[in-house]
Design a protein around this ligand. Structure first.
Ligand SMILES: Nc1nc(=O)c2c([nH]1)NC[C@@H]1CN(c3ccc(C(=O)N[C@@H](CCC(=O)O)C(=O)O)cc3)CN21
Ligand SMILES: O=c1ccn([C@H]2C[C@H](O)[C@@H](COP(=O)(O)O)O2)c(=O)[nH]1
Length: 283
């Protein structure tokens, strides 16, 4: 929580106003932030200075693991987060690659599970990583990358958290996650939960101990219409202590994650929080 608050304060104290053409809004922006999550001790990085809808964040991550390309599938799991980007963005609505209502195109999980090879067929990056880690192998390239510039024109949004790089030291699993662009009031609240949970889940299904997760953010911003709520409401509140996450121990394989897992398989304890804040969302 401390590192989140420090980043928010840093943006407010030192940020530069930058025009953003895609959304038509100005963003108060800083470059580079490094966050660390202690998965080993189960210090779940939930924001306490407002209510965090952590189940939707995990649902979104599970949808990426499953390779979803449709906002309706995310909704069924419990995340409404892709509705606007799939259905309310004019550039995407007019894109000939859009397959209809709720289609997101070739984004995130599609790249992670079915990256198109120029010579035909697809690559399942996540399955390769899980198979290797299960065998105790780290080939120094255990990388899940959603960033495929050759297919940006076939998706509704370029991935923000675009690369997850796993490492094994003995039987401890580490994760470095890279994010190019971060909506700190809305997106980061979710992304922190996702980085933590991704390491916890992959460690669980590969039989490894989770260590630390390192989260690198390049462009960290607050949109102009979010600034007052962040500065005058959220940052005026006193944070509470950390929560912890429990994951159903029956989840033992990638196939389990792909088939029967729901949000009922995740529970949070000791989550004390202030009231929800409704931040404006920019499409
Ligand atoms: N401008 C922008 N910010 C983002 O954070 C973002 C995008 N666009 N586009 C792609 C995804 C979608 N994400 C989202 C979308 C919506 C919420 C959101 O509305 N959160 C609310 C309510 C959540 C709920 O009720 O489930 C929140 O209070 O956290 C969060 C992240 C993160 N990403
Ligand atoms: O997981 C996510 C996904 C998206 N965001 C934010 C970051 C930006 O505010 C927008 C994406 O806009 P770009 O113009 O493509 O950078 O979505 C996030 O914080 N986390």
């Amino acid at each position: 929580m401390k590192q989140y608050l420090e980043l928010c304060n840093r943006i407010i104290d030192e940020g530069t106003w930058i025009e953003n053409e895609r959304t038509g809004k100005r963003c108060l922006t800083v470059i580079n932030a490094d966050l660390v999550y202690n998965v080993e001790n189960n210090e779940f990085p939930l924001i306490t200075t407002r209510k965090s809808f952590w189940k939707a964040a995990i649902a979104e991550m599970l949808g990426y693991i499953r390779g979803f390309d449709n906002a309706a599938d995310f909704r069924k799991l419990g995340a409404k987060t892709w509705d606007a980007n799939a259905n309310d963005n004019l550039a995407w609505l007019n894109n000939p690659h859009r397959k209809g209502q709720d289609d997101m195109g070739r984004v995130y999980g599609v790249q992670g599970r079915a990256w198109s090879k120029p010579d035909g067929g697809t690559i399942d990056q996540l399955k390769k990583i899980v198979d290797n880690l299960k065998k105790g192998v780290d080939d120094r390239g255990e990388i899940l990358s959603f960033y495929n510039p050759g297919e940006f024109h076939m998706g509704c949004l370029r991935p923000c958290m675009h690369t997850h790089n796993f490492s094994l030291l003995g039987d401890t699993l580490y994760l470095n996650s890279f994010q190019r662009s971060c909506d700190v009031p809305l997106g980061l609240n979710f992304n922190q939960v996702q980085v933590f949970t991704l390491l916890a889940l992959i460690a669980q299904i590969t039989g490894k101990k989770p260590g630390q997760a390192y989260h690198k953010i390049v462009n960290a911003h607050i949109y102009e219409d979010q600034l007052d709520l962040m500065r005058d409401v959220q940052l005026k509140r006193e944070p509470f202590g950390p929560a912890s996450l429990s994951i159903n121990p029956d989840i033992k394989s990638l196939e389990d994650l792909e088939t029967w897992v729901t949000m009922d398989d995740f529970e949070v304890s000791n989550y004390q929080h202030h009231d929800a804040i409704k931040y404006p969302f920019s499409v």
